[in-house]
Write a protein that binds this ligand. Structure first.
Ligand code: 5GP
Length: 114
């Protein structure tokens, strides 16, 4: 597996990007092509390609990403109304193969996804 996903390059400053949160396990950036007024990606420092590649030992880390998503939603004043999305695999729309949680909010969201 590559050790330098585009997200890690943003984290290291190698390529530009707006980092909005960082802790010892993960970081978050604003999406370059936002699908809602708030569109943030929460990304673990560990470069796991996709959820289906994760292991039992990643349990705490994966849970941590959801709790950080909640913190970021509060920071953007989303008032407990937002969507969290994880695309798994190319056929499901995943284009960057480093696990990330999409946090979308700031507008009404429909279902099926829209
Ligand atoms: P996926 O399709 O893998 O679920 O989501 C990848 C997301 O990464 C997309 O929403 C895309 O807009 C975003 N993205 C791709 N390249 C960059 C980049 O260079 N910078 C930022 N900030 N976001 C990116």
């Amino acid at each position: 597996m590559s050790q330098n996903s585009i997200f890690l390059k943003i984290k290291s400053g190698e390529i530009p990007g707006k980092i909005v949160f960082e802790d010892d396990q993960c970081f978050a950036i604003e999406d370059i092509n936002p699908q809602a007024p708030v569109h943030v990606l929460i990304i673990p420092n560990k470069e796991i390609a996709k959820v289906s590649d994760s292991e039992e030992s990643d349990k705490k880390l994966l849970g941590h990403l959801l709790l950080v998503s909640k913190k970021i939603a509060d920071k953007y004043n989303l008032n407990d109304n937002y969507r969290l999305v994880i695309n798994n695999g190319a056929d499901a729309g995943q284009s960057v193969f480093h696990i990330h949680v999409h946090l979308l909010g700031g507008r009404g969201l429909t279902w099926p996804p829209g």
